[in-house]
Design a protein around this ligand. Structure first.
Ligand code: GAL
Length: 964
């Protein structure tokens, strides 16, 4: 009998459960999901008496699967690495929520009369005691692991009672310290499984593939044979065989075969794929070919359901990943529901299947007591690996096993690796904290800066002190199991990572952190429905918005980072020469027969010609040199841009025909200068009024064509009848999560605050009206600082447009990067539509611009805003030639960054949640010559040197007019 005082401190493997098995398809199952009786206790000393035996009424009902904290009991808590209870291993406090679950069920008569009946749990967080008909079956430990009990002997005719008592914290919580919400309960499927006598119930399918031949060994818990009818092949269980003419499985071509496995009394099925995975000559290979993992880390997450996902949620994730040109996912940081792996087999994604293990808090505090280096935990940890590997081993999609995440190193990890190697020598083992690769097959790190990666790619990293260890590690492939931290606006620098990874066969690939913002839907004090992050649910200890770092927002809509990832990982690359394009394939396994290449020619963004580019089918890694079509260049041509869009020629399982997988553009000719006076300049006029109706405010105004300039500030107040304010020099942006970084002391956003960039003031030092021009010189500086910027604005006009020639001169010490170099022009709020010719359709920054393409776009102002969970700088369109904001047309003599927003930068910086933003009484139109790069310093390196923005002298000419 397990008593409450001992089992919460249990550091061993589960108790009373069956050894793990590899379940085939086709055996009868009964889903026990639905409405269960439920009783909740705030602490583990207060449990309902006799609940497990059916005594008393259940206080309430709850949906299974779900987390009780998302159904009205207790509260979720988000921490990155901190333990939500004292470090007092293996003890937990009695302030420990308990959910007591029970329900009645019936079992078909036939199930009870022959064979065995198993009770199966796919996920219960964190530990649970289970009873059937009042008989205690055992203890579940391992929140994201599958557990089965044999309940055959405990079942009766008619109604049976199942009861499960789940505790929020247990000793296992010490080894489940992943960066995620702490959420409890029966959150994955519960089912009954019937295992009829004489029918295989544990079936292992091992395959390999080389040179057109597949080999396969099928073993089962009963004697028999197997058949692959598609190949017309039959074999004996337990006997390895080789089959000629078999198509291999890869993420690019996920060929699956149905294996029917016959036992003495019936048959089951396994979907298999023939493929090999290997590390040879220090290179990671699939089917013998060097393969680059273009991956993303994926947590199970839904903003309302937490980690209790529907099948549709999982399908949505897989399709989003495939459509973003990614080919891999890491199941950070625990085995996923089995259905996800079925989808990866079917749609084609390489998977690193990761064990449910993380002890991050020990790394942060001190290693004392870390379970990975403590013999009390050895069995539990090895059994966790056994549970995952045994459940998932038949999936061809799994190309590596991961021992876990951020648990430091210890002998238990080596034991987990040794067990795994003996159970499945076919797959490499990955684990990031094995820094010397003592027990892993790939050297794996997180957030490695580009420069360091460049050395590693060449196997030229600094040597380890122990030369034998160094030689061993240097011979291994290198994997970035996390990079490109997608928190808020970013990540920047992905293209450079891609080029480094592709430059060397040592690099096995990289996985962006992470797929989905882990934000929970909740409300703030003002009643706004918000994407909640740490601290929004009343937690005393939390990690703020560090959980919102996905390529998808919490509602699974794509963030701009997703478009960037898709463009960077495009499997077809196009490089333009003078009259031809070199088209190369980055596929590792398949040809390009399913692609079409559509070209268009635009003149100032308007399509003038289009066609299909005849490109031969390319094999993996091949390239072709294809001539451009003849491009007519008229004397009156504007900017001519040639665009090639590479699309799926026919529907694929994961995307419709026409889905774009790559694009590239080439400016054929730039066209005439865009900013110039169209007729002779008109004279500037200073208002001078006399007499009784004299309007003293007008005396402040000087007019240059349609522009009215305030003689006291040197800035526009009106243009062509439209009220304006600006252009006002801006050097600050609303800090992004990457600007804020993990450490306030060193963050670039803190440097901006110290410099006072968010509180610049302006002083007109000089205003000169000479003939057709008005020249205003404005000194911009922050309180208590001497450093300044002197900007000269020279206004002229042809009567219709106003031209402003600007020069910017920094004065003093400007060695710290600035957020932006640009101007804000405040406009009436009713200017709610923007049209532009430039980069789009989505936002882009200097180091995340791969998805931005030149074209003509139009958008309502609210749609230009990107709803990052915590507001920050966003929404810039790059390379803008001209923009029309309401009726105001703005043209630059060189392309500029355009950000039009109903929110001031200050509001963005000071507001905690997107839904709490309120449009202001004006529109903020930012015209930027440059912004600081994004980088990914929220967890990783900042912008590359070429994207660091230093204030230097600038010249720029703007033309403005109210469209006729
Ligand atoms: C890694 C960790 C992830 C996540 C990420 C930052 O160190 O493995 O779980 O915390 O950093 O978001």
């Amino acid at each position: 009998m397990i008593t409450p005082t001992d089992y919460l401190e249990h550091t061993g493997p589960p108790l009373g459960t069956l050894p793990p098995r590899t379940a085939p398809d086709g055996l009868p199952a009964l889903d026990l999901g639905g409405c269960w009786g439920f009783s909740w206790s705030a602490d583990s000393t207060d449990l309902p008496e006799g609940f497990e035996a059916g005594r008393g009424e259940a206080a309430a009902t709850i949906d299974v699967p779900s987390h009780w904290q998302l159904q009205g009991w207790g509260r979720p808590q988000y921490t990155n690495s901190q333990y939500p209870f004292p470090l007092d291993v293996p003890h937990v406090p009695f302030e420990n929520e308990v959910g007591s679950y029970r329900r009645l069920f019936e079992v078909p008569q036939a199930w009870r009369s022959s064979g065995r009946v198993l009770l199966r749990f796919e996920g219960v967080d964190s530990t649970a005691v289970v009873w059937v008909n009042g008989v205690q079956l055992g203890l579940l430990v391992g929140s994201r692991l599958t557990h089965e009990f044999d309940v055959t002997e405990h079942l009766k005719a008619g109604e049976n009672l199942i009861a499960v008592r789940v505790h929020q914290w247990s000793a296992s919580s010490y080894i489940e310290d992943q960066d995620q919400w702490w959420l409890s309960g029966i959150f994955r499927e519960v089912s009954l499984r019937h295992l009829p006598t004489g029918v295989p119930s544990d079936v292992r399918v091992d395959t390999d593939w080389a040179d057109g031949a597949g080999s396969i060994t099928v073993t089962a818990d009963v004697p028999g044979r197997f058949e692959i009818s598609e190949l017309g092949f039959t074999g004996e269980l337990g006997e390895p065989v080789t089959i000629q003419g078999v198509l291999p499985w890869s993420a690019e071509s996920p060929q699956l075969y149905d294996v029917t496995v016959y036992g003495p009394s019936g048959a089951v099925h396994v979907r298999t794929g023939f493929r090999s995975v290997s590390v040879s000559d220090g290179v990671f290979r699939v089917n013998g070919a060097r393969t680059v993992l273009r991956g993303v880390n994926r947590h199970d997450f839904h903003p309302l359901r937490g980690r209790a996902l529907t099948r549709q949620d999982m399908l949505d994730d897989v399709l989003a990943i495939k459509r973003a040109n990614l080919n891999a996912l890491r199941t950070s940081h625990y085995p996923p529901p089995p259905y996800l792996l079925q989808l990866c087999d079917q749609y084609g994604l390489y998977v690193i299947d990761e064990c449910d293990l993380e002890t991050h808090g020990f790394i942060d505090v001190d290693p004392e007591g870390n379970p990975v280096d403590d013999p009390r935990w050895t069995q539990a940890l090895v059994s966790r690996m056994g549970s995952m590997v045994t459940r998932d081993r038949n999936h061809p999609c799994i190309v590596m096993w991961s021992l876990g995440n951020e648990a430091d190193t210890g002998f238990n990890l080596a034991a987990m690796a040794a067990w795994t190697k003996s159970a499945d020598p076919s797959r490499p083992i990955q684990y990031e904290c094995d820094r010397e690769t003592a027990y892993t097959d790939v050297w794996s790190q997180m957030y490695t800066p580009h420069q360091e990666l460049a050395a590693i790619a060449q196997r030229a990293e600094p040597a380890l002190p122990d030369l034998a260890q160094d030689a061993r590690r240097r011979a291994k492939p290198y994997l970035l199991c996390e990079y490109g931290h997608a928190m808020g606006n970013g990540p920047g620098g992905l293209l450079e990572y891609r080029d480094l990874i592709e430059s060397s066969q040592r690099c096995a690939g990289a996985f962006v952190w992470e797929l989905i913002d882990q934000g929970l839907t909740t409300t703030d004090a003002a009643g706004n429905t918000i994407v909640g992050y740490g601290g929004d649910l009343g937690e005393v200890l939390h990690s703020g918005n560090f959980c919102c770092d996905g390529l998808l927002f919490a509602d699974r809509s794509p963030s701009p980072g997703m478009a960037q990832v898709a463009a960077v990982n495009a499997p077809i690359r196009l490089a333009f020469g003078t009259d031809s394009i070199v088209i190369s394939s980055a596929y590792d396994h398949t040809g390009t027969a399913n692609l079409s290449y559509r070209w268009t020619l635009t003149d100032n963004g308007i399509e003038v010609d289009a066609g299909e580019l005849p490109v031969p089918v390319l094999g993996p890694g091949d390239q072709a040199d294809v001539r451009f079509p003849e491009i007519p260049r008229g004397a009156d041509s504007g900017e001519l841009v040639f665009t090639v869009s590479v699309q799926l020629a026919a529907e694929a399982a994961w995307a419709p025909a026409g889905h774009e997988i790559a694009f590239a553009q080439h400016v054929v000719s730039a066209g005439p200068a865009r900013v110039q006076l169209r007729s002779p300049a008109v004279a500037a006029t200073v208002f001078q009024q006399d007499g009784p109706d004299r309007d003293s405010s007008l005396e402040r105004i000087v007019s240059v064509g349609p522009a009215r300039i305030d003689r006291y500030t040197g800035m526009l107040v009106e243009l062509g009848g439209v009220t304006l304010a600006g252009p006002r020099l801006e050097l600050w942006r609303a800090p992004t999560d990457n600007d804020r970084g993990p450490d306030e002391a060193t963050a670039v956003a803190s440097a901006w605050s110290r410099l006072g960039l968010h509180r610049l003031t302006h002083r007109l030092t000089h205003l000169d009206v000479t003939g057709p021009a008005v020249t205003a010189v404005i000194r911009t500086a922050a309180a208590h600082r001497r450093d300044a910027v002197v900007t000269t604005y020279r206004w002229s006009s042809d009567g219709q447009q106003a031209l402003c020639e600007i020069t910017v001169e920094p004065v003093g010490d400007w060695t710290v990067p600035v957020g932006r170099i640009g101007w804000v022009l405040e406009q009436p709020p009713e200017h709610d539509t923007v049209a532009w010719y430039g980069g789009g359709p989505g936002e882009a920054y200097s180091d995340s611009r791969a998805a931005s393409r030149l074209g003509r776009y139009e958008s309502a102002v609210p749609s230009l805003h990107t709803p990052y969970a915590r507001p920050q700088e966003n929404g810039q369109r790059l390379d803008v030639r001209w923009a029309q904001v309401g009726p105001l047309r703005i043209t630059g003599d060189r392309p500029f960054g355009l950000t039009v927003s109903p929110y001031s930068r200050r509001q963005l910086a000071e507001t905690a949640h997107n839904a709490a933003l309120r449009p202001e009484d004006r529109l903020f139109c930012h015209i930027d010559l440059a912004q600081h790069g994004l980088g990914s310093a929220s967890c990783g390196p900042g912008p590359l040197p070429e994207d660091v923005l230093l204030l230097t002298p600038q010249t720029f000419t703007l033309a403005m007019e109210v469209a006729p």
